[in-house]
Ligand binder design. Sequence first.
Ligand code: MG
Length: 498
Amino acid sequence: MSVEKPIFTDPTVLELNQKYRTQWALHSAEALLGWDLEVNMPPSGSLSRGVVMAEISLMTQKHMAEIYPLLDETRVGDLNDYELGVVRILKRKQKYYTRIPPSLLERRDRVAAEASVVWREARQKSDFKMFLPYLEKNIEIKKEEAEKLGYEKHPYDALLDQYDEGLTVKDMDQMFSKLTSALKTILTKVRKENSRFVKDSPLVEKNYEVDSMKKVNKKIIDLLGMPKERFRMDISTHPFEENMSRDDVRITTRYEGTDFKSALFSTIHESGHAIYELQLNEKLQYTPIGVSVSNGFHESQSRFWENVIGRSREFVSLIRPALTENLAFVSSYDDEQLYFYFNEVRPGKIRVEADELTYNFHTALRYQLEKKVIGGEIKASELPELWNETMEEYLGVKPANDAEGLLQDVHWSHGSFGYFPTYTLGNIISGMIWHNIRKEISLEDRVREGDFEPIKKWLYEKIHRWGAAFSPQELAKRALGEPINPDHLIEYLKWKFE
Ligand code: MG
């Protein structure tokens, strides 16, 4: 039996990891409070929950200060990759918490909690004016944050970096321009040739019993091999994944009673996120790098499982028994009809309902507007008009009201500016994974047989085991052979849709 070398041996890093456990505990508590807020909390709990979250942020900031003296004297000369990762992540946190004053931190969390309550009502009433003052406050806070954090070229860079280390406007401009122009070409071709992807499926209109669909979803998480003792699934308005540790990983889904693919694919999507967390390297737990590397990589996992695997012909035949057993109407449709139902291409107004060809236009639109509003080129009050214009330019559709326009997403109420581009980054990285994994694994055969272990193992070896030891770009180079690059997503979409 070989004795495995411990990952951390440097005494200073070991001490840093030890001190970091308090941070870990605070993050874990925040995660549980966040999960509870979406799943269990009565609506009036929002404001007091906002106060609690703000206090925890302040505790986090205060405790981080106890780590800096040791961090400042750490010598990186002979550290291994993992140890260097610990220092890199802690320096990032140090930069953030020393540049953002406590008053701004407190205001940010409090305003976000207030704004999300108002947003909910404003969305219901489709009343942008009601939400505007809160949106303005959130934007001011984010601009202030960008100034405090500093940036080289664009204030939005400082916000992008918080979700994806090192990501800039320059990167996103390049990726979006390449991607949207390629997507336009594929989309035009698919629509002109009147392919089966653009024909309406009668399955969209079919109603289902919630209890029956719950059984389907239960079967799906069994097929994906989600471990019962470390994983659970609940219901919330907006599906999400959250984890308290790698042994307590949770997802939510939702049941609308019609168009069953929506409940199905939100379950697979969030399971993809969960598989990343469940497979994080055990030895990194409680340390600064025992987390996912970036939002973009996280989303790549969910998109890979949802789209590349879940929307494939092989997956359709794998899950057919689970579908027909619980949803009787499915029996009247063959595998091909189900496949085209799962992959309907239809330019629409709602991001979360978008197909693989139109999705990135929704994020491109939000990116353009966020960049301008944070850069001070436009005012918050101008957003609805610009939103509608850009929607028409990109997808040829115009929202009838603000509820199906810029009030549709929760992100701006939370002040999460810089988040949307990471969805597209996730699609791009998922394309890179598709390109690479097929060199080693026969994806189609494995999916048809429901044999997901080799796929999970590949994802573990290449991505999950490293936690945040490397920066996202460095991990892309090591795991996927090159820096983050949209070409493979384009190649995948052509392969699938043309
Ligand atoms: Mg996601």
